[in-house]
Design a protein around this ligand. Structure first.
Ligand code: 13P
Length: 252
């Protein structure tokens, strides 16, 4: 993806089955055939379905994504999936540091940075997720939290930091129906953009996606903000008509 091209990515989370995936992608690809997208589109799917979704997406412009990756290259790490394995299934993007992994699996900033490194070494673009909890926002710590999470990755990647995608996902807006206002989101995106530019001038053009209850109704205004380059969509990516409307909103 060229940097700062609009980018709409779906994160299916732990929602999938063989027939549901075929139905969802059938409807999505048919919609995109009728109205080809003006932006990069990807779906991040659960690991067991990589092969199925790779085949369903073959010949389309929709890219395959994963939701996580191991911080290790190979070896005795039961249950983990390496970046090289993802590469075998033509995975283009993988989320790292999603708040659900930080919250429920204790992922640290250092682990997130290591995962991003493994992905880049395998030729896969990391989508580095950052975001504050409600308590952190209410304590006025939003900027400090997202800066800390981003800096950990940028510092460990060095010049390669310009090759990532960043997703700002306020934890309080995920799956809650409570979206950040376009102004709240833009403010944090501008902080992230400033941070990237200060670390590496070339990283100022990294795409920064917004995620957290983005839907067909609120996408146009969010995507119109100067530093919002796209969306990372959870719930609404599971409904083809809604996801298609968000992809369409990225055209403007
Ligand atoms: P929702 O769109 O369901 O709020 O999820 C956002 C998200 O976490 C995407 O990674």
């Amino acid at each position: 993806m060229t940097t700062r091209q609009k980018f709409i990515a779906g994160n299916w989370k732990m929602n999938a089955s063989l027939p549901a995936n075929a139905a969802l992608l059938g409807a999505l690809l048919e919609g995109l055939r009728q109205q080809p997208p003006a932006c990069e589109v990807a779906v991040a799917v659960p690991m067991p379905y990589l092969s199925q979704v790779q085949q369903l997406l073959a010949g389309s412009s929709v890219r395959l994504g994963a939701q996580d990756v191991s911080a290790h290259d190979a070896g005795a790490y039961t249950g983990e999936t390496s970046a090289a394995m993802l590469r075998d299934f033509a995975v283009r993007y993988a989320l790292v540091g999603h708040s659900e992994r930080r919250q429920y699996h204790g992922e640290t900033d250092a682990q997130v940075a290591a995962k991003a490194e493994r992905l880049l070494a395998a030729g896969i673009t990391p989508i580095v997720c950052v975001g504050e909890t409600l308590a952190e926002r209410e304590a006025g710590a939003t900027d400090a939290v997202v800066a800390r999470q981003l800096d950990a990755v940028v510092q460990s990647l060095g010049a390669a930091a310009a090759q990532v995608v960043v997703a700002y996902e306020p934890v309080w807006a995920i799956g809650t129906g409570r979206t950040a206002t376009p102004q709240q989101a833009q403010q944090v995106h501008a902080v992230l953009r400033g941070r990237l530019a200060a670390a590496r001038p070339e990283a100022a053009r990294v795409a920064i996606l917004y995620g957290g209850s983005m839907n067909a109704a609120n996408a146009p205004e969010l995507l119109a903000q100067p530093d919002i380059d796209g969306g990372l969509i959870g719930g609404a990516s599971l409904k083809a008509p809604d996801f298609l409307k968000i992809i369409e909103a990225a055209r403007a």
